[in-house]
Design a protein around this ligand. Structure first.
Ligand code: GLU
Length: 419
């Protein structure tokens, strides 16, 4: 038992156990690799519009500091707790190491139902969260970014709050900012584009024609919407999309640009079409070429995994597939090609890294260069993962995580244990 214990942290620990066994990591080294270096829990009091005060609980977990600053998003959602944040920080570590970024993993969040906040209250909460975090973050200590429930505007408030306390503009304190405030071109689209790019590579390798292929997207936030748009651009028919309000299904393909415009104006896919409404519970059971879970963790359990009818599972979300489901998918390797989360959604943090580098240098790149370099890094990691899986006869997830864990382990071992 630890303070982090709970379904999401236990899942991250179980996954790590599989990798540690595969790599024969001695038991006395395992806790050092798995357990977070630091965790901060804060109280964020804010003034409400009606004059009252509410206190929200906020968290930040920094997993390891071995390879550089920690890096990871900030989540504003009702599900957030210290265990979920710790698990997400651990996954960030394996992800950054897999793709070769000089970062450890971090994650933060506030437990809050955003539907209950006005825009002014959201600004108050964002600013208070960053202000409370000032002693624990910094451009060379821990760099935040968006995650579920946060966006460019929240990052601009974070950056502004940190900068006001420093007495100068410090754009490199967070990534995922608006381009007008030191953000990079291509960051907004980066995660979804990366998902679609790797999915396309797999479809090509499986000789599936993009023009007749179909896709299903669960979750229509930043990741799901840009993944859908890019797959649509590649010629795939996006036959179903879901979000927290419901699902839409059209076997002849949804009008994704129109749906994105609708979601941009109305905040969700609700009200787009009455005829196309579909049971969101059935979204994973649809027959398709590419299935993109792009919302919460642990949505694909063993039962869902057994009933998947997709050829490619492209994990846009962090931790969508449970270890029990992985056992099922290992048996179905010839039917379902899994692109594990730490590779599939790594485009986001890769372009965050580019944003941080550009801010530190005050030298900004063209969008074409950002995206070209993003794909180059993703392609290299994909090749390494596929080769490792083939040589060691292991799943893609085990291969991807093994590469990430090995790099963190090598960094720790060569530096030694201080003092
Ligand atoms: N929250 C995103 C993730 O889970 C992005 C993190 C970042 O850009 O630092 O990968």
């Amino acid at each position: 038992m630890s303070v982090y214990s709970g379904p999401v942290f236990d899942m991250a620990a179980e996954q790590f156990g599989v990798i540690a066994n595969h790599l024969s990591i001695p038991f006395d080294e395992r806790d050092r690799l798995l357990l977070p270096k630091r965790a901060v829990i804060i109280s964020c009091p804010i003034h409400r519009d009606d004059g009252s005060i509410t206190v929200f609980e906020g968290y930040r977990v920094q997993h390891h500091l071995t390879l550089g600053p920690t890096k990871g998003g900030t989540r504003f959602a009702p599900s957030v707790d210290i265990g979920e944040v710790a698990a997400l920080a651990i996954w960030m570590s394996w992800k950054c190491a897999l793709v070769g970024l000089p970062y450890g993993g971090a994650k933060g969040g506030v437990r809050v139902d955003l539907t209950t906040l006005s825009k002014r209250e959201l600004e108050g909460l964002s600013r208070r969260y960053m202000q409370e975090m000032i002693p624990f973050v910094g451009p060379h200590t821990d760099v935040m970014a968006p995650d579920m429930g946060t966006n460019e505007q929240v990052m601009a408030w974070f950056m502004d709050t940190y900068s006001m306390y420093q007495g100068r503009t410090v754009t490199e304190i967070v990534t995922g900012k608006p381009v007008s405030s030191g953000g990079t071109l291509g960051r907004r689209e980066a995660t979804g584009r990366g998902v679609a790019h790797i999915a396309k590579r797999v479809l090509n390798e499986l000789s599936i024609n993009l023009g007749t292929a179909t896709a299903v997207i669960q979750g229509f936030g930043n990741v799901g919407s840009y993944a859908a748009l890019e797959l649509h651009r590649f010629g795939l028919k996006v036959i179903a999309v879901s979000d927290h309000t419901g699902a839409l299904h059209d076997p002849s393909g949804l009008d994704i640009p129109a749906l994105i415009r609708h979601a941009g104006t109305h905040g969700s896919i609700a009200g787009f079409s009455n005829q196309l409404q579909f049971d969101p519970e059935q979204i994973f059971a649809l027959s398709c070429d590419v299935l993109v879970p792009a919302a919460m963790e642990r949505v694909i359990d063993a039962q869902v995994a057994a009933n998947l009818k997709c050829r490619v599972l492209a994990e846009g979300a962090n931790g969508p597939t449970t270890p029990d489901a992985d056992l099922v998918l290992e048996k179905r390797q010839d039917e379902v090609f899994v692109i594990p989360d730490i590779l599939c959604n790594a485009g986001g943090v890769i372009v965050s890294y580019f944003e941080w580098v550009q801010d530190l240098q005050q030298l900004f790149w063209e969008e074409e260069e950002v995206t070209r370099r993003e794909y180059q890094i993703l392609d290299r990691a994909f090749d390494q993962m596929v080769t490792r899986a083939r040589v060691d006869k292991i799943s893609h997830r085990t291969a991807a995580m093994a590469i990430g864990v090995e790099k963190v382990r090598a960094g720790k071992n060569i530096r030694g244990l201080f003092p």
